[in-house]
Design a protein around this ligand. Structure first.
Ligand SMILES: Cc1cc2nc3c(=O)[nH]c(=O)nc-3n(C[C@H](O)[C@H](O)[C@H](O)COP(=O)(O)O)c2cc1C
Length: 153
């Protein structure tokens, strides 16, 4: 199959939108928009996301011991765009606090979040699957942002 056909078929599957955050080796907050997040296991509690080997934060998430999954609300499309921009300070003007368990950034007014310790990484083609054990999290009753066929719903 052609890559373009693959992309078009994959795009018909609606997903939520997350910002995966962490802290880099210099102690600075880092974050990346990702829709590859999914839950994985109930016993133990595991979640995962996949990161492109060419992503600017690739080495950060290969070295970091932890990550947080910030599930964006329907009015946070601007954060999805900001955290997928190249060569900018993605945290400029973004309110967040550090999580209690890992210190990963938790963005203000997200629908919900998971705070995770990285327990495994698996190479898969041009991506690496990063698996986290959930240590903490919280939820609200807000409506999540949805992404489908390249558009936000
Ligand atoms: C809706 C959406 C979902 C994305 N999902 C992922 C993902 O799951 N994994 C990934 O590595 N990149 C994903 N990206 C791209 C990253 O946000 C990427 O870091 C960014 O586009 C390019 O910046 P960089 O070259 O600085 O890494 C997604 C982007 C958008 C807009």
């Amino acid at each position: 199959m052609e890559k373009q056909t693959f992309r078009e078929i994959a795009g018909t599957y609606p997903t939520g939108v997350t910002v995966i955050t962490g802290t880099n080796a210099e102690g600075r907050p880092v974050g990346m928009t990702a829709n590859s997040f999914t839950t994985l296991s109930l016993s133990p509690l595991l979640v995962m996301f996949a990161i492109d080997k060419s992503a600017s934060l690739f080495s950060d998430f290969m070295e970091s011991p932890s990550f947080a999954v910030n599930i964006l609300a329907s009015q946070q499309e601007h954060l999805s765009r900001q955290f997928s921009k190249k060569n900018v300070d993605r945290f400029e003007g973004v309110a967040y606090k550090k999580s209690d368990m890992t210190g990963c950034p938790i963005l203000e007014d997200v629908v919900s979040y998971f705070d995770c310790r990285i327990v495994d990484r698996h190479e898969a083609g041009d991506h690496v699957i990063v698996i986290g054990e959930v240590l903490d999290g919280a939820r609200s009753d807000q409506t999540p942002l949805i992404f489908c066929q390249g558009r936000y719903l």
